[in-house]
Design a protein around this ligand. Structure first.
Ligand SMILES: [Zn+2]
Length: 272
């Protein structure tokens, strides 16, 4: 009788272990905080900029508080294997491929051994927009060689993906992906939706194009798809950083509870 009891207890223990090792349910709360930067500047020109001074403070705070930056490869491996993310993980992302983010953000990341992902639009490479020059192809090649940096697609022409024909949508999702894969010799499995715009058709086309994860801005819903295809990101900018690190900390700490104000569009030129 005692043997039977011991065996029953053993079985119960084994079953508990089995359940706890099962794949983590993928929902919004599963993901670590994901931060979206655009440009890092000495003198900000737009509300979506972050000054170098504030950026340094943010990296210092993340480091001092035990946050560990993930590469996109680590992020995707964790998601696709269904494991839990390591405690205090954080994902840093930079959209659009601005030259100043390379000049100012990259040295700060490297000096702290912190990882980040840059999302690139192919047709913007080397463009010289006023105040916002884009990185050139040769700069992109050297960025691709940085061990701490991962590259992802931000589509080719930065259109609102939910407004495109199926053919154009397929092109936008595949063109920059193929270009970056040729450039890096590695699969490009992460996409960020321009303007954070997505719907059910966009998510379906994203999966067909071969992506494993896709990043949005606001939470516009799952559309009955895995949460990995519409991951919200904290929209960084002056309002969250200039003399106000409290908001930055609050949004990083509360990411899984999604404070709506964390995802407000911050694109707004400053008065000159
Ligand atoms: Zn963008």
């Amino acid at each position: 009788m005692q043997k039977l009891l011991i065996m029953a207890m053993l079985l119960a223990t084994l079953l508990t272990i089995k359940v706890s090792e099962a794949a983590v349910t993928e929902d919004r709360a599963y993901f670590p905080p994901v931060i979206m930067y655009h440009d890092i500047k000495l003198m900000p020109l737009n509300n979506f900029d972050v000054t170098l001074k504030d950026f340094r403070k943010q990296l210092k705070w993340l480091k001092d508080n035990g946050y560990k930056t993930l590469s996109m490869e680590e992020f995707i491996d964790t998601v696709t294997s269904g494991k839990a993310f390591p405690k205090n993980s954080v994902l840093l992302t930079f959209d659009d491929g601005y030259s100043d983010s390379l000049s100012y953000a990259l040295p700060e990341l490297k000096s702290r051994n912190m990882k980040a992902t840059f999302f690139i639009n192919r047709w913007y490479i080397g463009k010289k927009a006023k105040g916002y020059p884009y990185i050139t192809e040769s700069e992109l090649k050297s960025l691709a060689d940085e061990p701490l940096i991962s590259l992802g697609s931000h589509t080719t022409s930065h259109e609102h993906l939910d407004k495109l024909s199926p053919e154009r949508l397929a092109f936008e999702l595949s063109d920059t992906k193929a270009y970056l894969e040729e450039l890096t010799g590695k699969p490009v499995l992460a996409l960020s939706y321009p303007f954070g715009d997505y719907n059910a058709d966009v998510i379906a086309a994203t999966q067909t194009a071969g992506y494993e994860v896709a990043f949005a801005v606001q939470d516009r819903g799952l559309f009955d798809q895995p949460a990995r295809f519409s991951i919200p990101r904290i929209y960084m900018g002056l309002a969250l950083s200039a003399n106000n690190q409290a908001l930055f900390k609050k949004y990083v700490r509360n990411y899984s509870k999604m404070p709506p104000e964390a995802f407000i569009d911050r694109w707004q030129p400053l008065n000159q």
